[in-house]
Design a protein around this ligand. Sequence first.
Ligand code: CU
Length: 128
Amino acid sequence: MVMNAFDTNFDGANEVYAANTVGQAYMNVPIRIDKSRPVRIYLVNVTEFDPINSFHLHANFFDYYDTGTTLTPTLRTVDLIMQCQAQRGILEFTFADHEPGMYMFHAHQSEFTELGWVGMFDVQEPAA
Ligand SMILES: [Cu+2]
């Protein structure tokens, strides 16, 4: 998952923020998750002009492997991480103990969320 943003009027500030390039894409088409299976996200921040971006997962917690260079988590049981420009990390979590439904993820800079960096996981019972 790529956290990126776009300066559409060349004023040196971003007008659109996104996960994987298209603002609000996963609000329109949520990312489906089979609740019986673990989830791993390879996250990178390639946002220009803003020094920090972030990822917040609602109603759940994840283990985080900063830079993805260790086999043990650098953070455990967190719901929010920040990344500087070009920082990478791996998130691992599960919805096994959750009800099926829609779970939001987004930047915890409210401006970024309002300008497109927000999405939903659609957690579903395992396919029969
Ligand atoms: Cu949040």
